[in-house]
Design a protein around this ligand. Structure first.
Ligand code: G
Ligand code: G
Ligand code: MN
Ligand code: NA
Length: 254
């Protein structure tokens, strides 16, 4: 496996780039923002999925270089859209639990925000449930401080961890993202549909926004709307897009 060796050079040679997947409000039919997702255009292997290289980067520690680059690139894009389009687009960025092990995470986020000035509420940070498995108190303090600075916090892949509800008791996130595993079968599987319905009701009581991921069919869209889900993300509506395509799409949906 040479991926780990190639990664260091890849950052210098600008082989990484971000794509942006639109998120559609089921209440207004307009975009509420997007999720930034990394891609790697490898010179010989072609396009490599983050599902393949993020785990490697987490293992080697390279994520501590790549993570800040991703955040900086996403924030630069938000700032550019604000300036060029006077649009105010919320961008969600995935943060790896490994990045939380670093003492300087909070400070590095502050530095990126100071470099690219925009309202912090336009930045959403996606955390997974595994984040809370170690060093809970310290992680909670960091999350609280990020929220006090005005950033939005979302729980990614909600429902797939073994402690989803315990996680919710511990801190106030702003957004719950229902994992696409539930959305996949919700039309034919009444258990999955009941779980989604319960998550939406719970999220409403807790005043979280709920985004369903992996929506691929009209049936899923209709059902999620009926169940009171706030927003969706998925191929039915749009795949992740390069910045120019995203803006074209954005203009068609505002
Ligand atoms: O975009 P795609 O579905 O191929 O992503 C596959 C996996 O890689 C998902 O679990 C996703 O959360 C993760 N991923 C994509 N982009 C990023 C990123 O910028 N940072 C981190 N930490 N994970 C990412
Ligand atoms: O783990 P996370 O939720 O961050 O991962 C998001 C991943 O889901 C990205 O890799 C993105 O490309 C992928 N994705 C987005 N929409 C769909 C969809 O409708 N179906 C499937 N199968 N994957 C999707
Ligand atoms: Mn995500
Ligand atoms: Na997810």
């Amino acid at each position: 496996n040479r991926l780990d060796a190639d990664m260091e050079k890849a950052l210098e040679q600008k082989e990484f780039f971000l794509v942006y997947q639109p998120q559609l409000s089921l209440k207004t039919g307009k975009l509420i923002g997007c999720e930034a997702l990394i891609r790697w255009q490898h010179p010989t292997r072609g396009l490599i999925s983050p599902a393949e290289f993020i785990p490697v980067a987490e293992r080697t520690g390279f994520i501590n270089s790549l993570g800040p680059w991703i955040l900086d690139e996403a924030c630069r894009q938000v700032k550019a859209w604000n300036d060029e389009l006077s649009a105010s687009i919320r961008v969600a960025v995935n943060i790896s639990p490994i990045q939380f092990q670093r003492r300087d995470l909070l400070n590095s986020i502050k530095v990126v925000l100071e470099k690219n000035t925009f309202p912090p509420s336009q930045l959403e940070l996606e955390m997974t449930e595994t984040l809370m498995m170690t060093d809970t108190e310290r992680v909670l303090l960091i999350i609280q401080e990020l929220q006090e600075l005005g950033m939005q916090i979302s729980i990614d892949d909600f429902g797939t961890g073994y402690s989803s509800l315990a996680y919710l008791r511990k801190f106030d996130a702003n957004v719950l993202k229902i994992d696409r595993a539930f959305v996949n079968d919700m039309v034919t599987n009444i258990n999955d549909r009941a779980i989604i319905s319960a998550i939406i009701n719970m999220a409403n009581s807790l005043e979280y926004q709920v985004i369903a991921e992996g929506v691929e069919t009209t049936e899923q869209y209709v059902l999620l709307k009926e169940l009171g889900c706030h927003a969706i993300q998925g191929y039915w509506f749009s795949t992740p897009l390069p910045p120019d395509d995203f803006i074209r799409f954005y203009n068609q949906h505002t």
